[in-house]
Design a protein around this ligand. Sequence first.
Ligand code: UGA
Length: 437
Amino acid sequence: MTLKISVIGTGYLGVTHAVCMSALGFHVIGVDIEPAKIDSLRAGIVPFYEPGLEELLKQELASGRLRFTSEISEIADSDVHFVCVGTPQTETGLAADLTYVNNAIESIASFAKPGSLVVGKSTVPVGTAARLRQRLLELNPEVDLAWNPEFLRESFAVEDTLHPNRIVIGVVTDTAEEILKAVYATNLAEGVPWVRSDLATAELVKVAANSFLATKISFINAMAEVCEASGADVTVLAKAIGYDPRIGSRFLQAGIGFGGGCLPKDIRAFMARADELGVEDALAFLREVDAVNLRARKRMIELVHADLSENLQGKRIAVLGAAFKPNSDDIRDSPALDIALQIFGEGAFVTVHDPKAMTSAALRYPTLAYAPTIEECVAGADLVLHLTEWEVYREIDPLVLKGLVNQPIIIDGRNALNRDLWVGAGWHFRAMGRQTL
Ligand code: UGA
């Protein structure tokens, strides 16, 4: 018998998970409290940009296996309920806001059928799953709870969900593991590593992985600071240390640092939880990771001052990139927009371009100017900032662009442009952690 699956929360994670579970052949119902989201998904429109997802959504809707609803009661005949709601940073502190997760468990408990399994996917502070399981058993003793953290990257979400590099499950009972093995049978057959653990370890794997990734980025950005001060080149340094397989070359791209809806909030929530557990010293380094990351944005502003002047009043600055990373329209905690806003605050005329994130950016920050093309963005600019490394920016012909700007000065905030090409075309080229040419 094919399992019936419900996915509660249709944000980034939830939509991708629902669509991919349907693609694997399950009957899936996606549930969200926001009717607008449900209407959009029913119409085959993904409310954000994620390569390949909308096509797959349309395909799966047409297959008849996938539906969306705002009625939580419709989960009643599902065998597995994936909880994919958000756990944003609280307004007042570093900790994660668990309101949505708590509410989801209360609602699921009212409708889940006996023998069904609730599977948490949201990123939560360690200890949450055990508490939620206890609450669930109080409300509905015939339902079990497992934790199955998600490691998908935005802009590779479909690929990461269909072909994960590992599956981690935190379970209390063997039955829960058996059900999850049925859900992930295709992945298991493909040889994807399967890690069974207790609930706490599964929760920790997720934040530990994101903390490690954040640390790697801040490590290379700290090296960039040292390189700048000593005349060295961080891109060559990263390449050289990356050849050591124990270090690895990925996630060593120095620049304006990490943003998005995960890494920044996850390391902060992890520190907050460590405080509660009385092991704050163990994660003290994450404070430094956060500080190095935010300092990268400040250092970019200093470079802007160095190239133009301390006083940015009336200067025209073109910003290439608004999303927190390429191939995404997500602007949550985007380093690019943070920098754009700061220089705008100092009196510069800032014009932003982004291939996908301009609508969300303009909605959120209407005071910045937005240009529909790269050419219009840089027209008359005193300085160009490359802040999100979209491929279209690497394809720019610097000679052509030079004819459009007021002064050919560019700062590469992502160390992704071909410096020789730009310098050869007569640009004054600055990049983070490298010498200016
Ligand atoms: C991150 C993790 O990579 C995923 O494994 C995890 O599942 C996800 O968070 C999550 O918790 O949901 P994501 O937020 O999509 O994924 O983005 P990343 O690809 O990790 O990039 C994060 C930020 O780091 C971006 O702003 C990116 O520009 C920056 N970055 C990345 C660097 O500055 N340098 C690098 O070398 C790599």
